[in-house]
Design a binder for this molecule. Structure first.
Ligand code: BDP
Length: 336
């Protein structure tokens, strides 16, 4: 009798506990699905008219449409929510920023796998890069961001990065001893050191002022960033060595993603995927406009015809850091 009573009490307790857990789960699933309105804050480092911001806004528009206004993505351009490093920390930890569009180079300190993209001269051109990004291996890297508490939704175009300086810069040996601002990426630091220069990590938003005051001599970026951030008005020497093609990534906090119902997850994923075409289209136009503006402003632009010399200089960096990505690198070499 006594035994059956304790069994009864135990089963009652289990039932109560189970109900409590279940109701918690369904409450979570319901938050972002039927009925409830959700606001998502998306941080963007670039100005309102920049191609990545066009991509973000397209994403927001498509999400709004498909969810009948239930899911509202607010895009904050111009770095107003903080520099990229702090914004990614927020997205990762579930702080006040839910989403961001960020450079994959910045992501290396949060997810070492992203270091693949920081390897110098990894891709020969944009079509080889996109063949990889769209492949199942490239998409897997996005998915693997989940191990760092972030949901990678899409890659965006970011062209090729090259060096620019306020000092003469028309050949590799000119880099010797120059103080060069780099993104927060260990591989990039090593690359710049291997090229004979002194790397200095600094947030993107501080680069213009640092070039003006001479805290740094140089920096490196694609033409749209070089131009839109006004670096070209101070750094009048641009050498087109194209050392990196680091794609942009659209990210969401993983806990937020997991709260959405499968139907809402599909809305968000489809919108992110569809926004890539808008960003790429805008990129092509903007890059052309930027190049024309840079040229017209009297910047000395040097194209590199002995790229093998640059590649040779960074070989130790690739050997050291590329070992962990051997399979991916071999795969990339099979792509056109
Ligand atoms: C630009 C990226 C931006 C980075 C910036 C940088 O689009 O996300 O913040 O480079 O150099 O090309 O930090």
């Amino acid at each position: 009798m006594k035994k059956s009573l304790s069994v009864l009490i135990l089963s009652l307790l289990c039932a109560v506990l189970l109900t409590a857990c279940n109701s918690g789960a369904s409450k979570n699933a319901g938050t972002a699905s039927e009925g409830a309105k959700v606001t998502i804050r998306l941080a963007e480092a670039h100005p309102a008219d920049y191609p990545t911001t066009d991509g973000d806004r397209k994403f927001a528009e498509l999400v709004k449409q498909a969810s009948n206004g239930r899911i509202n993505v607010e895009v904050y351009p111009g770095g107003t929510l903080g520099d990229e490093n702090s914004v990614v920390s927020q997205v990762q930890s579930g702080g006040t920023v839910d989403m961001t569009r960020v450079s994959s180079a910045t992501l290396t300190s949060f997810n070492p796998q992203m270091g693949l993209f920081a390897l110098p001269y990894l891709f020969t051109d944009s079509s080889q890069e996109w063949a990889f990004l769209n492949s199942s291996k490239g998409q897997q890297l996005l998915k693997d961001l989940q191990t760092s508490n972030m949901m990678g939704l899409a890659y965006y175009e970011s062209g090729a990065r090259s060096f620019y300086s306020s000092k003469p810069l028309t050949k590799l040996s000119d880099l010797k001893g120059q103080k060069i601002r780099v993104q927060q990426s260990a591989i990039t630091l090593e690359m710049v050191t291997a090229l004979g220069a002194n790397p200095i990590v600094m947030p993107y938003g501080d680069v213009f002022g640092a070039l003006q005051t001479g805290t740094i001599d140089a920096a490196e970026n694609n033409a749209p960033s070089f131009e839109s951030a006004n670096h070209y008005t101070v750094a009048k020497n641009y050498i087109l060595d194209g050392h990196q093609r680091v794609p942009e990534v659209l990210l969401m906090n993983l806990a937020m993603w997991n709260k959405f119902s499968p139907a809402d997850q599909k809305i968000i994923q489809d919108a992110a995927t569809a926004s890539v075409a808008t960003e790429k289209e805008s990129w092509a136009k903007y890059e052309e406009k930027s190049n024309a503006k840079i040229k017209a402003s009297g910047v000395t632009i040097t194209s590199v015809d002995n790229i093998a010399e640059w590649q040779e200089a960074v070989k130790p960096v690739i050997e050291k850091n590329g070992a962990q990505f051997k399979d991916l690198i071999d795969y990339i070499h099979t792509l056109k």
